[in-house]
Design a protein around this ligand. Structure first.
Ligand code: TXA
Ligand code: MG
Length: 350
């Protein structure tokens, strides 16, 4: 399949307007378009068309019981998709939409089960990225979009990642440069009695509680998945976000962590081992591939660069990857959630 890649910044030049028009038409004709959002790149198809959702699963190699998030560009587009919109959804939308928050609600009949992975609920999000909003509006239909990576690989934070995973498998890639946040949206389930966080993200528990009062957190989130212990968001079950090499998280007092990682790295050949660190510590590693994810002090930079760092390790064919842990701070929960999953809960505690 021919894949067109268009550079687009979100301004309103004639050329960019043409690209958005073409992308919208591709969606209306049942095709697939990768597009930037403020969290990660999405792989979009018409959410109301079972065939389009099936194409998405196929392009990603994703299990079809893992539901897709439906992206909208205005509140009016939400009404036909859900049975009834609870007050909590209006309150959250007012505060956080457009933005990095996904809400789970009871689906209406027009949303096909192919889009929701067979569930009677639907995940809905209004992204804030100007290209995403313009593209959804132009398509004129809600857009089902998982992250635009091959299933199991780290989510794409740049168009180059999408090209690497999906070139030749989809119709269009809208290249809007590097994303802003770098971790997928917070998912909150509003279909039960008490709102529940199914995936931590940029909007944290405290921010949700400030709007809704009590908010729970899926208790399985921090645990290793077993037959008895399955997370409520089917996608959180898979060993997602993972690099090809074996990843281990090393946690504890930072000076001990650095010493331990240095010791572990020297047990492997220099070209087979690497560490993911921040600029505060990067000089302390003299052996193996050292990849820096911004500054520990600035956790937003860590979130933005984490998936790219995991991909870099793949590019260099690194077989043993060590990563410092990132507890604390508002984004610490989301960063560690992704890292622990990427590592299959393989942790060294000092
Ligand atoms: O930031 C994001 O949310 C990005 C961008 C593209 O918007 N999208 C994204 O999609 O991360 P994806 O498919 O990679 O992750 C969707 C997650 C999965 O864990 C899935 O199981 C969960 O959302 N999900 C979707 N619908 C659900 C539902 N009805 N009930 C429970 N979990 C659901
Ligand atoms: Mg994903």
């Amino acid at each position: 399949m021919k894949t067109s890649v268009y550079k687009i910044s979100g301004n309103t030049s004639d050329v960019e307007t043409e690209y958005i028009k073409e992308a919208g038409a591709v969606i209306r004709n049942g095709g697939l378009v990768a597009f930037p959002t403020e969290t990660v790149y999405g792989l979009g198809g018409n959410a109301l068309l079972a065939d389009a959702s099936e194409k998405i699963y196929k392009a990603k190699g994703r299990p079809s019981d893992n539901p897709l998030i439906v992206h909208i560009s205005s509140m009016d587009e939400m009404k036909p998709l859900v049975q009834n919109i609870p007050d909590s959804a209006y309150a959250l939308a007012k505060e956080f939409w457009p933005g990095p928050l996904t809400m789970i609600l009871n689906k209406s009949e027009i949303v096909p089960y192919e889009t929701t992975g067979g569930l009677s609920t639907v995940a809905i999000r209004m992204p804030s990225h100007p290209v995403a909003l313009a593209f959804i509006k132009e398509a004129g239909v809600p857009i089902a979009a998982p992250s635009a990576n091959v299933s199991g690989r780290p989510s794409p934070t740049k168009a180059e990642h999408v090209v690497c995973d999906l070139f030749g498998k989809i119709d269009v890639i809208l290249d809007g440069g590097i994303v802003d946040i770098g971790l997928e949206s917070t998912i909150v389930d509003l279909s039960g009695d008490v709102p529940m966080i199914l995936r931590p993200g940029y909007i944290d528990q405290k921010m949700l509680e400030d709007v809704l009062g009590r908010v729970d957190r899926d208790p399985t989130l921090d645990k290793k998945v077993t037959e008895e212990l399955k997370p409520k968001a089917p996608g959180m079950m898979y060993r997602h976000y993972a690099p090809k090499g074996e990843l281990q998280v090393v946690k504890g007092d930072m000076s001990l962590v650095v010493d331990k990682i240095n010791e572990l790295m020297r047990m492997h050949a220099e070209n087979e081992v690497g560490v993911i660190t921040t600029s505060e510590n990067s000089e302390l590693y003299k052996y193996g591939k050292v990849v820096c994810v911004g500054m520990r002090e600035n956790e937003e930079s860590v979130a933005r660069e984490l998936y790219s760092a995991l991909r870099t390790m793949d590019e260099f064919d690194i077989k043993y990857i060590y990563v410092e842990s990132f507890y604390g701070g508002r984004l610490g929960d989301a960063i560690m959630n992704r890292l622990m999953k990427a590592a299959g809960h393989n942790v060294i505690s000092l």
